[in-house]
Design a protein around this ligand. Sequence first.
Ligand code: ADP
Length: 394
Amino acid sequence: MISFKDVSKHYPNGTTAVDRLSLELPEGGITVLVGSSGCGKTTTLRMVNRMVEPSSGTVSVAGRDVLAADAAELRRGIGYVIQQAGLFPHRTILDNIATVPLLLGWGRRKARARAAELLELVGLPGDSGKRYPHQLSGGQQQRVGVARALAADPPVLLMDEPFGAVDPVVRTQLQNELLRLQSELRKTVVFVTHDIDEAVRLGDRIAIFRTGGHLVQCAPPAELLASPADDFVAGFLGAERGLKLLSLSTLAELPQEPAPADGDRWRLVTSERGEPLGWRDTEGPDGDRAPLLPVRALRDGDSLLTALDESLASPAGLVARVDADGVLTGVTGRERIHEFAGRQHAEAGRAAALKNPADAPEAAEAPEAPETGEAGGDSQDSDDTPASDPSVTA
Ligand code: ADP
């Protein structure tokens, strides 16, 4: 969809902002450009809509060299979102969103109707359309920025640190909104950030740049985390790569087992409806009267990072799992999470080795995989879990 072939950008003052970049950005996915300040991310992004023209090499969108296209026409197919939204202060929210449709000659009524539709799509109340940008919070303004970029339904969306200026809580909300929108709209998104956690959350693929405009590695987040190409990438990803990798998968990936019952030391006490209430230590001095230790029941959609955290907090080392109604369905032991993490590393390492066989010859050998998800599924083989005593019924 978007392709860079041997693209460089040198500024007249002698700065090389981008150095011989070759990169293909797949259609319908989010590619995050990440790296420290000044490494050429914004320059790369702006070459897509020709706000910056390459010094050499070819940038093409949908198979067409951007330099051969009419710039105005090119930009109509490319939404652009920047930090602090960049809204027109003297226009209402609705008119801000309708900017491009009006430029395209849609007519006022149709443009406004589309703007109202987008307001809803990005989660803003309908009456905010009549307000002016300064009457909205930073996070709301950013939503308007996204709505404006989407107004003419462009296939490509360029986002330059769009959530850089809002507080962490709002930032997380906006990230979630973007993922929700993207699951419906499937735009080809290029997203610039210097925040690796944001990159891991949002990216289908992450391209890591280093100073001087060099692309160091471009891969799906799991592959990057499990197999960083070099020390620079590893350093940029930070010390907790294993935990970040776990954050990419959900509890649905792991089998569950029956909750421990009479005869086990730790019992999961539930309400009449079957909702987990807490853990009881049946071997403590108070026996059946022992106070309950807290349990945080998790659902299939919770991340494995959350599950690991809960398994560490649980006295039994078990995660209590519930269905959509909050009713207990079973438990998963912390060793299942460890096994999964091991498999995930091995698989991502293999994928990386297949791409670059010369770089990692040993990793291309199949490392011994512990067991498959299915094999662990019914827990017949799980002599390592406290829940597997067959003499105990729930
Ligand atoms: P990033 O987005 O990663 O922070 P940029 O793409 O903005 O990096 O900038 C890359 C390099 O190019 C930096 O050294 C920056 O100072 C330089 N640069 C950006 N724009 C210009 C310009 N118009 N003239 C000269 N140098 C520039």
